[in-house]
Design a protein around this ligand. Structure first.
Ligand SMILES: Nc1nc2c(ncn2[C@@H]2O[C@H](COP(=O)(O)OP(=O)(O)OP(=O)(O)O)[C@@H](O)[C@H]2O)c(=O)[nH]1
Ligand SMILES: [Mg+2]
Length: 268
């Protein structure tokens, strides 16, 4: 059984930085993880790249040869990846051990997890290869300073959630930039009723029904829960990682072994 994080979220939300901090954290704690670059447009990396989509296809070539712009070019690259799952991905995965832990640094184009089935098929492929996969959705804390932005962030995350059908951890990134912690705390674990009241206050009276439906939706999908991430603090990275590990049942086998051992001892 392998383990995988699919790191997704809007452009610039901090995915690659998160991957590199996670890598450093795991080095310090003597844990092995492998970071995979799935962004054909990425150029510089702060982490050792264990596997790289750019070895399969280059965005520059695609844009030049097919006359596509950067976003169309990216979608083309990802569709090319989809077509080469059996060949390229299988071959690359052979470089890893059965219980390795992979972290996929994805591109930020929101189309990838709302419009096209590329990532869904990618995930299903990993699952067929016996990987436990978790979606890690990063949202920039700078963008949820009021209730309307918060709801729109939730909707984007929700669209990824229903598309990918994976265990899902929402992360509020760049907490070091938050100067007024109280503004954010209101949104880490907010009361649906409080959100609704705020939303009604912000929007005209004709939206009250819609607001109610939106908040109910967000509440029913248990979306209203974000884990704050402050990359300056090892404890914060550790906490986020432990939440994700729980989702993909990483380390549970080890726990079971310890338990079995204890029980044996009791019997003796
Ligand atoms: N202060 C601060 N800046 C951050 C943090 N994480 C990322 N950034 C900055 O935000 C910008 C975008 O970060 P990236 O990690 O490249 O974001 P990304 O989600 O990988 O972006 P794309 O791959 O283009 O979608 C960079 O300038 C980072 O230095 C953080 O935790 N704190
Ligand atoms: Mg990136």
């Amino acid at each position: 059984m392998g383990y995988a994080q699919l790191v997704i979220g809007p452009a610039g939300s901090g995915k690659s930085t998160y991957c590199s901090s996670l890598y450093q954290h795991c080095e310090t704690t003597r844990r092995t993880i492998h970071i995979v670059n799935l962004d054909p447009a990425a150029e510089n990396f702060d982490y050792p790249v264990a596997m790289d989509i750019r070895e399969l296809i280059s965005l520059d070539d695609v844009m030049e040869e097919l006359g596509l712009g950067p976003n169309g070019g990216l979608l083309y690259c990802m569709e090319h990846l989809e077509e080469n799952l059996d060949e390229w991905l299988n071959e690359e995965l052979e470089n890893f051990m059965e219980d390795d832990y992979l972290v996929f640094d994805c591109p930020g184009q929101i189309e990838l997890f709302s419009h096209v089935p590329v990532l869904k098929n990618f995930v299903e492929h990993l699952q067929r290869k016996n990987f436990n996969v978790c979606a890690v959705y990063l949202l920039d804390s700078q963008f949820i300073t009021d209730v309307t932005k918060f709801i729109s962030g939730c909707m984007a995350s929700l669209s990824a959630m229903v598309q990918l059908e994976l265990p899902h951890v929402n992360i509020l990134s760049k907490m070091d930039l938050v100067t007024r912690k109280r503004d954010i705390e209101d949104y880490l674990n907010p009361e649906p009723q409080t959100l609704l009241a705020e939303l009604n206050q912000r929007m005209g009276p004709q939206f009250q029904k819609l607001n109610k439906a939106l908040i109910e939706l967000v509440d029913q999908y248990s979306m209203v829960s974000f884990v704050p991430l402050d990359l300056r603090k090892e404890s914060s990275i550790q906490y986020v990682l432990s939440q994700i590990d729980t989702c993909i049942q990483f380390g549970e086998d080890a726990d079971v072994k310890i338990k079995d051992f204890d029980e044996d001892e009791d019997e003796d």
